[in-house]
Design a protein around this ligand. Structure first.
Ligand SMILES: [Zn+2]
Length: 266
């Protein structure tokens, strides 16, 4: 993904997708907003305890880069589950409960997701056209949420896995994502154990989890072509001046990046 600064806001995007004329997307950094302290500067999530007025203004500025407003936005509650929701013009809520992934074929709907180390994955079938945006930490990853998202796009929006393109945003890298025996245990008993990528740690009963490669492998198992999966290698924890990182904050309060994705009206 490429880094760009517009109207004082630094964000990331993948140029070939923006050039397509069919979709618009972006992934924020922490640079450019009005939040202060541990939330400085462009915190786009309400959950962490930041002043709502600051988050609202930050969202206004970020969405305005695409000519959108907060009322155009729909996102999941994000509970580290594997539920995928189909959203569109008839939606009734801006926040879909108990949901970590959204899919849509409606050009008026801006789908969003939030993260501070977790992986956001964008999915796009240009033939339908249809899009999806999925939030995954270790729990959602090992539950196969990306496989669920591909299946939901296939079943409900007539997308074809072999036609889908995927974009994996900056997230915590395997360099910084050491996990303990609890996560390793879930991985070993997961249906996706053959797709999980771990690197050894010198600490007993610990390993480094590669969220990106694991999810890439799950997308391949779901039927995507290797050449259609684009992956940022930026680590949110290694680059904590550029990104909010839950791990870097020591598990204390921090802000959130936001991914947004929408289909342009034809
Ligand atoms: Zn790192």
């Amino acid at each position: 993904m490429h880094k760009v600064t517009k109207k004082g806001i630094t964000y990331f995007y993948y140029p070939p997708w923006e050039k397509s004329g069919q979709v618009r997307h972006g992934f924020s950094s922490r640079l450019g907003g009005i939040s202060e302290g541990p939330f400085a500067e462009l915190n786009l999530g309400y959950k962490g305890g930041d002043k709502p007025a600051a988050v609202s203004e930050n969202r206004r500025r970020f969405l305005d880069l695409w000519g959108k407003e907060e009322r155009d936005l729909v996102h999941g509650e994000q509970v580290h589950g594997t539920n995928i929701a189909l959203v569109g013009a008839k939606r009734t809520a801006a926040v879909i409960p108990e949901t970590d992934g959204l899919i849509t074929a409606d050009p008026g709907t801006v789908i969003g997701a939030f993260s501070a180390d977790c992986l956001l994955t964008y999915l796009w079938d240009a033939e339908v056209p249809a899009i999806g945006l999925v939030h995954a930490g270790w729990r959602g990853t090992l539950g196969g949420i990306l496989f669920q998202a591909v299946e939901a796009m296939r079943e409900r929006l007539t997308a074809r896995p072999g036609r889908l393109q995927a974009l994996l945003a900056p997230s915590i890298g395997p360099c910084c994502y050491e996990v303990g025996s609890d996560v390793i245990g879930v991985a070993r008993s997961s249906a996706w154990r053959d797709q999980v990528v771990f690197y050894p740690s010198i600490r007993k009963d610990h390993a480094f989890l590669d969220l990106r490669s694991t999810n890439r492998n799950i997308l391949l198992a779901a039927g995507l072509q290797a050449g259609s999966i684009n992956m940022s290698t930026l680590c949110t924890r290694c680059n904590s001046r550029l990104f909010y990182s839950y791990r870097q904050s020591g598990g204390k309060v921090t802000g959130s990046q936001m991914g947004l994705f929408f289909l342009m009206a034809r």
